[in-house]
Design a protein. Structure first.
Length: 680
């Protein structure tokens, strides 16, 4: 297959699957009957592009043709060429050609008319586009640097709604003004073409002395909304201003003077006018969500607004203040879905740290009522999802959370819950990383430096679990930069260092140093024990494991059950056979109850311990078919003494190699997906 034939065949296949968002590198490899690795090498050799860049370039070429030859909108074209997100399509188009797709008719022609393009000319089209793109970028840089008047710069549609100012001398009016800010934020969050920063991220700017450009830089947004207002009797006075933060220039402003009875039309108008001002694509479904009234009863809405400020504190005192107000709201309007949803969430947070749950039925009842009266409301769906989290039915929570993201693509709350679920309760490193990356876009400025430190810690952990060690190292350093006292960052950093240098002794010393700071850290205690164990130093591991299991027992904690087989082997090696048998039995029960992707690997270790070598290898083969397991498996599986009896088996090396290949294949696909979605 010569160069031009291969590229033309690949191009034709991509065009046949143009609207299929899921058609990617793996699908193309199958279609041209090549291995994924051979396809990557061949495309790189012939085009100097990665396979995903090659596919994207062909999609964008077709976008140019569609935009020039049809009346299709930018949003319609984005879906016709296989982009699931219009905003990501616009971003890629602008990167490729130097201007947005909406300006296609204003720019120079990029190719000959379709009827004049023959096969030979088509082959040489890419270099021309590349040169034109470079020239456009250079020209844009020149004009921007010269600050020519009338020169427009296309900005990402990222936006933050700053806390509105209370223009009234009556401090009790503040709840109403905050409610106006809340509604503006909620309506804009429903638009997928926007990236809207969370309320927690903007709240700290309520009394700030920082200027617009400083705030925008900290929040990583291009637009800010400022507002001020008051309520005078039955009249609402509201001033709203949309600011281009790159130039500190207002690009839209409006003064409203309306009756309270028109409050919802006012709120909806604000969102629509802002979207229009920055040319955001608003779908009919999103518009329907924006225009939907939360309630027809103004008294109910009044109580609801009064409840929001204490509710958002998420403290016991704040929730106990908010709950009666939400209850008053549903008394006045028994169909008020948002009030029911917030009642369910309030009771969820009141119960969250209690061993004995007191509000399970209330949470469920209020969540069901919220869904009954508005099943397409993201907060109603969050409420029901939290009920399932509350009852440990984590998998049942996921569909509700995913549906909530459809109705509110900018919900930092949903993203945070999904990230936690996929890290701790439904292990899936790919989804954990995806939601950690989305979360950092929506909520990175939350609260203070301590909160930032933990957000970066979460992202670093997600990156490390998926094998992106260089990136993980960058963000763990950021975590410590924002809060050097973060107790968990040094723990993770020690293992990231191990992934970089393989020095287990150094890792062990680093963790012992952390343990000396706080001897009650059971997480570090069992890790130090495990590192001794990996080094076959059972006498060194024993005192750490002994302290760990005693503390676990005294506090009735059911933590780290997956480590019981290592503990059993350690106790056996130091002559504690009776206790070793107890830990073995506990581990056997754990294996029976395990429903995670790691079950086969766990059972393989048990069979190895039992001397059932063939069965252990079979279980490892099963594990080799799993997707998105943690990178730590690759780093430590062969370090485990329990694997030693398997190493002489004729299929051992091949099985381990399949596990490694599975991980890296998944990581490669994950990278493509995240790059396609503009997250990595």
């Amino acid at each position: 297959m010569n160069r031009s034939t291969f590229l033309e065949e690949a191009r034709d296949i991509i065009l046949k699957n143009l609207s299929n968002e899921q058609f990617g590198v793996s699908e193309l490899a199958d279609a041209v009957h090549m291995s994924r690795s051979n396809l990557l090498r061949k495309i790189k050799k012939e085009t100097q592009l990665s396979a995903s860049q090659f596919i994207r370039k062909i999609r964008l070429e077709e976008a140019v043709n569609l935009l020039k030859e049809t009346d299709s909108t930018v949003s319609e074209v984005s879906y016709q060429i296989g982009f699931g997100s219009t905003s990501y399509f616009i971003k890629c188009f602008r990167e490729e050609y130097g201007f947005s797709p909406g300006e296609i008719h204003k720019e120079m022609e990029l190719s000959l008319p379709p009827q004049q393009v023959n096969d030979k000319q088509r082959r040489y089209f890419w270099p021309v586009v590349a040169i034109v793109g470079v020239l456009l970028i250079m020209a844009a840089y020149f004009f921007i640097s010269k600050k020519e008047p009338n020169q427009s710069v296309i900005l990402e549609k990222s936006i933050a709604v700053l806390p509105f100012k209370n223009e009234s001398s009556d401090s009790t009016n503040l709840y109403f003004v905050n409610g106006l800010m809340e509604s503006a934020l909620n309506n804009l969050q429903k638009i997928e073409d926007l990236r809207v920063i969370s309320r927690t991220s903007v709240e700290k700017y309520r009394r700030t002395q920082k200027n617009v450009q400083e705030i925008a830089q900290e929040l990583n947004v291009n637009y800010l909304i400022e507002g001020s207002g008051q309520r005078v009797g039955n009249t609402v006075l509201l001033n709203v201003k949309l600011i281009d933060a790159t130039t500190d220039t207002p690009i839209w402003s409006e003064q409203y003077n309306q009756e309270v009875v028109d409050i919802f039309s006012l709120q909806n108008d604000v969102a629509k006018r802002i979207a229009d001002a920055i040319e955001a694509v608003v779908t009919p479904a999103e518009l329907a969500q924006i225009e939907k009234k939360p309630t027809d009863n103004l008294e109910a809405y009044e109580y609801y607004l009064r409840a929001l400020d204490p509710y958002y504190l998420k403290t016991k005192e704040g929730l106990e203040e908010a709950i009666p107000l939400f209850e008053k709201a549903v008394e006045h309007d028994p169909t008020f879905a948002l009030a029911y949803a917030n009642l369910a969430i309030s009771y969820y947070f009141l119960d969250i740290n209690r061993r004995q749950k007191n509000y399970t039925e209330l949470i469920n009842n209020y969540a069901d009522k919220a869904l009954l009266y508005d099943a397409k409301n993201d907060v109603s769906l969050i409420a029901k999802a939290l009920y399932y989290v509350h009852t440990d039915e984590y998998r049942l929570a996921v569909p509700h959370l995913e549906k909530a993201l459809e109705y509110n693509p900018n919900s930092a709350d949903v993203v945070q819950v999904l990230s936690t679920l996929y890290n701790s309760y439904i292990p899936d490193t790919a989804k954990y990383l995806k939601y950690a990356l989305i979360g950092i876009q929506l909520d990175i400025a939350a609260n203070d430096s301590v909160a930032k430190s933990y957000i970066y810690l979460t992202l670093s952990n997600a990156l490390a679990q998926t094998g992106f060690i260089k990136e993980a190292s960058k963000y763990i350093d950021k975590s410590l930069e924002f809060d050097p006292k973060n107790a968990y960052a040094p723990y993770l950093k020690a293992y990231i260092k191990y992934a970089e240098n393989g020095d287990m002794e150094q890792t062990k010393k680093s963790l012992i140093k952390e343990l000396e700071k706080d001897s009650t850290r059971l997480d570090i205690l069992q890790e130090v024990a495990k590192l001794h164990y990996f080094q076959r130093d059972y006498e060194g591991a024993y005192p750490y494991y002994k302290a760990f299991v005693e503390a676990r027992s005294q506090n009735s904690l059911k933590i780290y059950p997956q480590e019981d087989l290592k503990i059993s082997l350690t106790y056996s090696k130091v002559g504690k056979e009776e206790k070793a048998r107890e830990f073995y039995n506990a581990y056997a029960i754990y294996c029976e109850q395990d429903v995670s992707m790691y079950k086969s690997a766990s059972i393989a270790m048990k069979y190895s311990y039992d001397g059932r070598i063939d069965e252990a290898i079979d279980e490892l083969k099963n594990f080799a078919t799993q997707d998105h397991f943690q990178y730590w498996i690759l780093l430590f599986l062969e370090e485990d003494p329990l694997i030693d009896p398997l190493k002489t088996h004729p299929e051992y090396a091949e099985t381990i190699q399949k596990i490694k290949e599975r991980f890296w294949e998944n990581q490669s696909k994950l990278r493509e997906t995240l790059e396609h979605e503009g997250l990595l």
